[in-house]
Write a new protein. Structure first.
Length: 416
């Protein structure tokens, strides 16, 4: 990326100071009242990243998406005979039995395990066992309770609001259409994922991914030592509902001076299909860049490594050439959060070098995000202790400021 093509992505310091954009309170991370407001507003009225549509390719295929922090809600996402993906509460309308207990499966009809009532794949009540024992009731009113669902980029989103305020496309503007096509059309296959429970507010995990300022310190021994702020240009989208920020991460210029690279990392980078240190592979040049122009590396930086988008409220996606990582934070209370991440690739490694690069990349990523998560519990303790009542952010952290301000705005906006 040349200086000329580098967008003016950082905050203007004077403007930040004038509008107090450089300050973030801490109440929103520790207040039980505020957490309860979040549950009633953003979590019940925003689109949530639920899963991949291609994981339920055939009619009758389903996955279960549980939101235990939202009044123990369980959702069934299922593909109908008409190939349409629908979502329902995973709740039998007889006496509340669960229709599916397993994470995923396939069914011709949905049969409740409690008393055997059945439902068609489109949610209509199909059969009542021993129905002569029931008084008259309107079967058309006893179908499964639907949940708003839509698909973007091959990913299923659900919204607990029966009449969402924004369509999914409105919500995800300004994500590029080319990115949607790239995420939809490539044969993304899950390869690796982890989850863990942390004693922190869910937003600290999003914050941890919303800036690259920490990289040269927190990640000094893992991925990259010498980041400058130009290496992680950040955009914010004040007009967007569901995309508060975007970061690009670029390989530091001084790659050979001061960057901590092991011999193994260098060797892996030579073969990489998805690593930090190589954008010159055939996969990239012949793949993403030519087939989906504008999907990634929009400014065509020669040191570009990955794009990272915040998807409100709880998801951060990292997009590379042939590699996709989805990170999500799920509250379990104001000070406790389940964090999960999943990594997908467009194709399996073929040659030994690629295999080495794949494994190395996965481990490198594991180390990096583990480092990210080492900070969150300590920061939460700091907030609850009362020793810090206001955070201050610099130009390179405008993603954090944008996300947290957007959150306050959305909680207000969606309050009844
Ligand atoms: S609760 Fe489902 S059949 Fe009775
Ligand atoms: Fe990090």
């Amino acid at each position: 990326m040349t200086k000329e093509s580098m967008p003016a992505s950082y905050g203007n310091k004077r403007e930040m100071q004038r509008r107090k954009l450089d300050r973030i309170g801490v109440d929103q991370y520790i207040s039980e009242d505020f957490y309860q407001r979040e549950l009633k507003t953003i979590w019940r009225k925003c689109w949530l990243w639920a899963g991949r549509a291609s994981e339920i390719p055939n009619p009758g295929d389903y996955f279960v998406f549980n939101l235990p922090f939202l009044d123990r809600t369980s959702i069934l996402v299922i593909r109908g005979k008409d190939n349409k993906v629908r979502a329902f509460y995973n709740v039998c309308q007889h006496r509340g039995g669960r229709l599916a207990y397993y994470e995923r499966g396939s069914a011709g009809v949905l049969r409740c395990t409690f008393h055997g009532w059945t439902y068609n794949l489109d949610g209509r009540l199909a059969g009542v066992t021993f129905d002569e024992t029931f008084c008259d009731f309107d079967r058309s009113q006893r179908g499964l309770k639907p949940i708003s669902v839509d698909i973007w980029g091959g990913w299923v989103f659900v919204n607990l609001d029966p009449a969402p305020r924004w369509t999914l496309r409105e919500y995800l503007s300004p994500l590029p259409n080319a990115l949607g096509a790239y995420l939809e059309k490539e044969p993304w296959a899950w390869e690796w994922g982890r989850k863990g429970l942390f004693k922190c507010n869910w937003k600290l995990q999003v914050d941890s991914q919303a800036e690259g300022y920490h990289a040269r310190f927190l990640h000094a021994r893992s991925i990259i030592a010498k980041f400058t702020k130009e290496d992680t240009p950040t955009w914010t989208y004040p007009g967007s509902v569901g995309v508060p920020f975007k970061l690009e991460v670029h390989r530091p210029k001084a790659q050979d001076s001061g960057v901590f690279l092991t011999e193994l990392a260098k060797a892996a980078g030579t073969y990489s299909t998805a690593l930090y240190y190589n954008t010159d592979t055939d996969d990239y040049k012949g793949g993403v860049a030519s087939r989906y122009p504008g999907a990634v590396n929009v400014f065509n930086g020669d040191r570009w490594t990955f794009d990272l988008y915040g998807i409100f409220p709880n998801t951060v996606i990292l997009v590379q050439k042939g590699h996709l990582m989805i990170m999500r934070s799920w509250p379990r209370g104001v000070g406790q959060t389940l964090w999960d991440y999943d990594e997908y690739f467009t194709r399996p490694p073929v040659k030994f070098g690629e295999y080495l690069a794949r494994l190395h990349g996965l481990l490198e990523m594991r180390n990096t995000v583990t480092e990210d998560m080492t900070t969150v519990e300590g920061v939460q303790d700091s907030f609850t202790s009362g020793a810090l009542t206001e955070q201050i952010v610099g130009e390179a952290e405008i993603g954090v400021g944008a996300f947290e301000r957007h959150l306050l705005h959305m909680v207000d906006e969606l309050s009844d």
